[in-house]
Design a protein around this ligand. Sequence first.
Ligand code: ATR
Length: 271
Amino acid sequence: MNQYAVWGNPIAQSKSPRIHQLFAEQTQKSLNYSAKLGDEQDFETQLKQFFADGAKGANITAPFKERTFDLADVHSEACLQAEACNTLKHLEDGRLYADNTDGLGLVSDLKRLGWLNPNQHILILGAGGATKGVLYPLLQAKQQITLYNRTPEKAVSLAEKFAKFGKIQTAYLDEIADETFDLIINATSLGLQGKYVELPRQLMIQANIYDMQYAVNMNTPFLQYARSQGAKSVQDGLGMLVGQASYAFQLWEDILPNVEPVLERLKQEMN
Ligand code: ATR
């Protein structure tokens, strides 16, 4: 039976084992997928041992995505651009192939929602790892991106790095108050502290609002705030999570699972 795991620290909260179990049932594949607590010191040794023991693939989550990028032997283009790895495949010749399916997960979720039209204007909040992981596929999907970040230099540096792939710029919040965005994406980690970026109300009521974070009944701090401001169209990142997992599953098992029934099932189980 093919062995897989998700590695992170912490890891107990991870929904990946459940998602891949549901994919396996749906596609009638027989596999074993577990959650592994990575050690801050010895993560690389642990991961190498996991593959030496015969594992076929792994998902990687915080805080190990960049370390895994450094450890891998071969990288997909999306992974090279993200400079972080969320999916590893053990190749037949023993090398480790690194991919990053987070961006595709987001793009496929936006398509599922009907929220991805060409040449849309997107405002992305945050310029950390979560943002860097999705810029390449979003620009390839012909999205026009404005980055806002508390620390402006980080947004500028990302915009410079990704300018060769499409239209991307940075802005201060007071500069964009009068602009119109089709989509606003929260990619900050602020929600983990129960906080959010405050935006001009005008921006929020016109746009579709997407939070990469997810919560029961989509009650993330940012989406609660957005609703309180009158935003009508809000979605959390659960679909992105299932989407990124579906592309990892495809890389390993050569079949792309259907996301929708798994997403519905997870929502039921979270309630
Ligand atoms: P991740 O991998 O989740 O993206 P990260 O790389 O640490 O984590 O990035 C966190 C993002 O959330 C950054 O854009 C960060 O802004 P800074 O670059 O200015 O640090 C943003 N963020 C975190 N805490 C924040 C806060 N209190 N106010 C505003 N932005 C915050």
